[in-house]
Write a protein that binds this ligand. Structure first.
Ligand SMILES: [Zn+2]
Length: 399
């Protein structure tokens, strides 16, 4: 309740108040061939089932460990109480690795299907190396978070949620700042866009829109995928726009300009810092709820010892799922505004519509995904909605 209320208020305060386009209603058969629609559905339908099954398997494992802990685990947790912080770190890393492991078979099937459809270009060895790196990083963060939670619960036994919320916000800010400098290079190479037509295109667009763009990077996404994408990242000195090499090499210049204009909108409106602010607001009641849930789920007397951690992990998973879905409401509106901004800046709805169509077919994505899943997990408007912005803009010659 409290979390929903805070998420609602934060979304109302931070939502885009102007610059949105009411999309035209789009008939997907007018933009996609029957074959394209069928290919996307045949691929995405089972991928969605695998994704949801993965969530259920991980969540179910966590619930099982909390509600019916195996005896050996219980004993291990009791032993770890002697050195609570070190034990906490070990339990945190362990939980993170177990959750990755139980979802692994489903992930592997999902990867195999992406290779079959031509979306992923990763060999198994490379895929497993990526997985090992990501699991190690995840376990490290879980270890730190778990030790931190035990430490806070010992120091502030009744109100550890309050310093916890503060710590989560501080770590999120540090993460957004540091990730492009430290984490991203573990997986990809980033090279500043070389001087040339495209770079001057980007700078001209940035100047015309009065946006301080930061550095613009080309990322070697083609090592893993044929999908095209772009994003903004970093804060302050690490602020940047990242364009996939697949996008730069394969799309028409007018479509690349459309993508760049969309990313400039995020910089112009400070969408990333605002996203962090939204999270900071929602984290306060979310942390409170996570503490209360943990207290109900954990064995008696466990708070302040590593034995509280499985319950805390389950509580955090449940609360984050709710917070994430609520955050997607804001994200979809922010993305819609960036689309409107891109149309106004480029004044080229044909390129915009061509881009959205091309993104969907290349990325084998469903132009019109099931409503419920879109509401829960969709971070962007659907492809049909986005084409609808382009058509509406074209009909009116401006937003
Ligand atoms: Zn965007």
């Amino acid at each position: 309740m409290l979390v929903g209320l805070a998420a609602g208020v934060a979304t109302l305060v931070l939502r885009p108040r102007s610059g949105l386009i009411e999309p035209d209603v789009i008939d997907k058969t007018a933009y996609f061939s029957a074959q394209e629609i069928e290919r996307a559905e045949a691929f995405r339908g089972p991928q969605r089932v695998l994704g949801v099954a993965g969530l259920l398997v991980s969540g179910g494992t966590l619930a099982l460990v909390v509600l019916r802990p195996p005896r050996r685990l219980r004993r291990a947790l009791e032993r770890s109480t002697r050195r609570p912080l070190l034990g906490g770190a070990a339990v945190g890393a362990g939980v993170s690795l177990v959750l990755t492991a139980v979802a692994l078979p489903l992930d592997a099937v999902s990867h195999e299907r992406a290779v079959d459809v031509g979306l992923s270009t990763q060999e198994w060895g490379f895929w497993l190396t990526d997985l090992a790196k990501a699991s190690a990083i995840g376990a490290l963060f879980a270890a730190g978070g778990a030790a931190g939670a035990v430490a806070l619960a010992r120091r502030f036994p009744r109100h550890w949620w309050a310093p916890g919320a503060l710590a989560i916000t501080a770590v999120s800010i540090a993460f957004v700042f540091v990730a492009p400098l430290v984490l991203d290079p573990i997986f990809n190479r980033f090279t500043p866009l070389p001087a040339g037509e495209l770079r001057s295109d980007v700078l001209t667009l940035a100047e015309r829109s009065g946006v301080e763009v930061g550095e613009v990077y080309r990322m070697d996404a083609s090592r893993r995928t044929t999908a095209v994408n772009a994003y903004v990242g970093g804060l302050g000195a690490s602020k940047r726009v990242v364009l996939y090499d697949t996008l730069l090499d394969d799309l028409e210049p007018a479509q690349v300009r459309s993508v760049v204009a969309h990313e400039l909108a995020h910089q112009r409106y400070g969408d990333l810092p605002k996203g962090i602010l939204w999270l900071a607001i929602v984290t306060v009641p979310a942390a409170y709820l996570a503490q209360r849930l943990t207290e109900r789920l954990a064995p008696s007397g466990a708070i302040g010892s590593p034995a509280m951690l499985p319950a805390l992990a389950l509580a955090v998973a449940l609360v984050s799922f709710a917070v994430g879905s609520a955050g997607n409401v804001l994200s979809r509106q922010v993305e819609a505004r960036a689309d409107a901004f891109a149309l106004d800046l480029t004044r080229d709805p044909a390129a915009f519509i061509g881009l959205e169509r091309g993104l969907a077919t290349r990325n084998v994505s469903d132009p019109d995904p099931p409503r419920v899943l879109h509401l829960l997990f969709g971070t962007h408007p659907t492809t049909l909605e986005r084409i609808g912005y382009g058509e509406a803009w074209r009909a009116r010659g401006g937003s």
